[in-house]
Design a protein around this ligand. Structure first.
Ligand code: GLN
Length: 549
């Protein structure tokens, strides 16, 4: 029987509700429980797949190919038993879509369809579906208490509290406790008001997690407890941590997991947080420090590449390397050249859509290839590497992806419908692509060439990784590119290019899939560990970085 922990947020957004939820999941898992995690998002988009990274940050792709909120990435990085998927992220849009479809089918037998009970029932059913058979399901409600949009979700979780009872439901509320520097005072009023708002819709929080710059003094904790009707020890101080991975320990020290366990009447073994401690220790004691350039667009919005940034850091943890990431707009490379890459020990071109800065990315690949700088290309970062090799190694002038130039003389990357092949499997995909350029989404099996850098990094030749893209390397050019020095080291079951390498380069590997979605701090990921290892070697050899540009 699954118990539920609902996490709401108050006062302001961006307090780190996703991280808090993920960390609570991590501690509870460290006490032997299985965990499922759900995010409820109050916006009306059916899923975040079509939302701009500018507004919404990264779209996280789950194993089953669902395009989800980036918080699901936090969940998977922190909690091993939480396998995100189609039933782990529900938006208002998706809930309404389902209710309206039922209404059209006549499922409601002529009843007037209303927010209560129809929408709230749909939310409750969705939560139960997403919970699966985990011991505890953590449900994070997006937005801030007081928003109009989140009301149906709050009403649904209120009902669940009544229906399941106090020993199966815990309400956690995350708030901000600001420090006013002009008067040197810590202010508890916003928290009081936020809880008041929550109580006015029938939810009495059991636990408050208070975000503040410094640890909250006892006096303020007492005051908050008194004014919010929450037990004093259940006012947890989540002060700013210099390292994300210290948070599970910080919360555990204050007894957060004990409070949850007591309320849910669970008799649990002690928390084993040794893996988290080892991560913090590794991060604090690096034996080398490197600079990695990430060249893409949206570079001033780090949330757009959050999984990739994390995965690079995981590579650092597992090689004891401090990884300093330099975010570089590929447009700047177009305008000012590759000089800004001169101090870099490694280069990453991440995934992306749209042609902005594309030539800058191609130039970046050329620079990495010609100067023997470790290169990791992800998705679009692989496609630009293929274009670069076509132009500069195979002499295919004007080679391009048809995503950016429909009339290129050499469409080395294109929609499958745009290149002719004879295999049945591809024809099947052709049909899908015609239905509006269907994305290849989610985990698929990949075969790696024996002895390739990819196979050596993974330590095996069959892997499974996640995808999110439309365009593919044009198989008609494969032979020509291979002769020019490109190695197609990974192929999908239906013979699509999944990974490329340049064998006569110290470390040059790019993938059509997104390895960053399966990296986590405790295990790391073979490609990121391999890449950072190479970056480190490049740094330590102190080779002349590059001839004067
Ligand atoms: N725009 C490219 C495609 O659709 C790459 C996508 C990506 O990098 N995620 O194939």
């Amino acid at each position: 029987m699954t118990s539920y922990v609902f996490i709401t947020g108050g006062v302001v957004s961006s307090l780190g509700k996703g991280i808090t939820s993920a960390c609570l999941g991590a501690i509870l898992e460290a006490r032997g429980l299985t965990i499922s995690m759900i995010k409820l998002d109050p916006y009306i988009n059916v899923d975040p797949g079509t939302m701009s990274p500018f507004q919404h940050g990264e779209v996280f792709v789950t194993h089953d190919g669902t395009e989800t909120d980036l918080d699901l990435g936090h969940y998977e990085r922190f909690v091993r038993t939480a396998h995100g998927g189609r039933n782990s992220n529900f938006t208002t849009g998706r809930i309404y879509e389902s209710v309206i479809a039922k209404e059209r089918r006549g499922d409601y037998l002529g009843a007037t369809v209303q927010v209560i009970p129809h929408i709230t029932d749909e939310i409750k059913e969705s939560v139960e579906k997403g919970a699966g058979d985990a011991d505890i399901c953590l449900v994070e409600i997006g937005g801030t208490v007081g928003d109009i949009e989140s009301l149906p979700f709050l009403e649904a979780i209120r009902q669940m509290g009544i229906e399941l009872g106090h020993d199966r439901v815990v309400y956690v509320h995350l708030t901000l406790v600001p420090f006013i520097s002009t008067s040197s005072e810590i202010k508890t009023k916003p928290t009081q008001h936020s809880v008041k708002e929550l109580r006015s819709i029938g939810i009495q929080p059991d636990i408050l997690v208070c975000r503040s710059e410094q640890p909250l003094p006892m006096e303020q904790r007492k005051k908050i407890a008194l004014f919010t009707n929450v037990q004093e020890q259940a006012v947890i101080s989540a002060y700013d941590a210099d390292d994300l991975y210290k948070i599970p320990q910080m919360m555990h020290e204050q007894g957060l997991d004990d409070i949850v366990a007591r309320q849910l009447r669970l008799d649990l073994p002690k928390a084993d947080l040794s893996e988290w401690e080892a991560i913090v220790e590794a991060k604090q004691n690096p034996t080398s420090e490197v600079s990695v350039a990430m060249v893409g667009k949206y570079m001033d919005l780090k949330d757009s590449y959050i999984s990739l940034v994390e995965a690079l850091q995981h590579g650092g943890i597992h090689t004891r390397t401090r990884v300093n990431i330099h975010f570089i707009e590929s447009r700047d490379i177009e305008e000012r050249g590759v000089n800004c890459l001169r101090e870099m020990d490694g280069i990453v071109v991440p995934g992306g859509f749209g042609d902005r800065g594309i030539e800058g990315k191609i130039e970046t690949v050329r620079y990495a290839r010609e100067n023997g700088i470790p290169y990791l290309g992800i998705c679009l970062g692989m496609q630009v590497a293929v274009i670069e090799a076509a132009r500069n190694l195979a002499g295919l002038e004007g080679a391009m992806s048809t995503e950016f130039d429909k009339r290129t003389p050499h469409p080395v990357v294109a929609l499958i419908t745009e290149w002719q092949t004879e295999t049945g499997a591809v024809e099947q995909r052709d049909e899908q692509s015609e239905m509006g350029g269907t994305m290849r989404l989610g985990a698929q099996q990949i075969s790696l060439q024996e002895g390739s850098l990819g196979a050596i990094s993974y330590g095996k030749t069959t892997i499974e990784e996640r995808h999110r893209h439309r365009y593919e390397v044009n198989n008609n050019y494969r032979e020509q590119l291979e002769q020019a020095g490109l190695r197609f080291s990974g192929l999908s079951v239906d013979d699509l290019v999944e990974m490329i390498e340049i064998p006569n380069h110290p470390w040059f590997l790019a993938s059509q899939f997104h390895p960053e979605f399966t990296s986590n701090p405790r295990d790391g990921h073979p490609l990121f560990i391999g890449f950072i290892g190479a970056v480190r070697k490049y740094h330590e050899r102190e080779l002349p970085k590059v001839a004067e540009a």
